[in-house]
Design a protein around this ligand. Structure first.
Ligand code: SF4
Length: 231
C-alpha cells in the first residue's frame, strides 16, 4: 500500500483532471494544504452545497478560500428533485426512517457528487479510518467503483493527534463549530455536537445505528494496489 508521500507520485501519473472534495472538515483543510504544498495547484477544489448547511459553513468556506487563495466550486442538488423531496419528506422527514434519510442524502449529496466527479480521473478526500466503524477498512489508494475513478485518501492512517498537530503547526483555519463541541460537520438537521468520549462521527445521524452513518458518498470503494490494479 502506498504511504502518504507517494500520493503526489501517484497523482503525477494520472492523466486527466483531479478533484479534491472540501466538505469543511479539518481533514479537508489539512489534505488541501498538503496537496498545495506538493505542487498540485491544478486541482479542482469542490464542495457539495446541500441547501441544508449551517450558516457558519458558508462563512468558513469564504475563510478557507482566502487562506488557500483559491475558489471552492459549489455543486448543488437539482432544483426539481429538491422540490419533489420536500413535498415527500417535509422539513424533518429525513429523521423518520433510514429510507427517507438515504433518499435525502442521495438527492442533496450523492447526485451532486456525481456531477462534481463527471469527467475526472481521480479524486482526493480527507477521510480517515479512525473516524468511525464505517471507515475502519479505509486505504490510501482505492478504486471508486460507483463513480468509476481512482480515489485517494492521503490521511487514511492519521490519528486525531496527528491531524490536530498538523493543523496547529501550519495555522490552518478550521470550521467555527469545532469550538462548540462538533467533531464532524454536515447538514444542520443531521449534525450535533458530540459528548466526551464519543467517536468523531457520533454527532452525524445520531438516531441511527453506527453502521448506517454514511451519506452514500463513500460507499463501495475497492482497494487498489499502487499500480492501479484492484486487490
Ligand atoms: S445529511 Fe441530512 S439534510 Fe443532509 S442530505 Fe443527508 S439527510 Fe439530507
Amino acid at each position: 500500500m502506498p504511504d502518504i508521500h507517494s500520493c503526489a507520485d501517484i497523482l503525477a501519473k494520472i492523466k486527466g483532471p483531479v478533484a479534491l472534495a472540501f466538505s469543511h472538515q479539518a481533514e479537508d483543510a489539512a489534505v488541501l494544504h498538503l496537496a498545495l504544498g506538493r505542487g498540485l495547484e491544478g486541482l479542482e477544489v469542490f464542495t457539495l452545497d446541500t441547501g441544508k448547511l449551517f450558516p457558519e459553513t458558508y462563512t468558513y468556506h469564504r475563510e478557507a478560500e482566502r487562506f488557500f487563495g483559491l475558489r471552492i466550486i459549489k455543486y448543488s442538488p437539482d432544483e426539481e428533485a429538491v422540490r419533489s423531496l420536500e413535498k415527500k419528506l417535509g422539513g424533518w422527514g429525513m429523521r423518520e426512517s433510514l429510507e427517507n434519510r438515504r433518499l435525502c442524502c442521495h438527492v442533496r449529496k450523492v447526485a451532486p457528487l456525481q456531477k462534481a466527479l463527471a469527467g475526472k480521473s481521480a479524486w482526493i478526500t480527507g477521510l480517515r479510518a479512525s473516524q468511525s466503524v464505517t471507515r475502519a477498512g479505509l486505504q490510501i489508494l482505492e478504486y471508486d467503483a460507483v463513480n468509476g475513478l481512482i480515489k485517494i485518501n492521503p490521511l487514511a492512517a492519521w490519528t486525531d493527534q496527528e491531524l490536530a498537530a498538523y493543523i496547529e503547526e501550519h495555522g490552518i483555519p478550521v470550521h467555527p463549530l469545532y469550538a462548540k463541541g462538533f467533531k464532524s460537520i454536515g447538514c444542520s438537521p443531521c449534525t450535533r455536537a458530540v459528548r466526551e468520549g464519543e467517536e468523531a462521527r457520533a454527532g452525524r445521524w445520531w438516531w441511527e445505528s453506527p453502521g448506517h452513518r454514511e451519506c452514500g458518498l463513500h460507499l463501495n470503494a475497492g482497494h487498489l494496489q499502487a499500480g492501479g490494479k484492484p486487490v
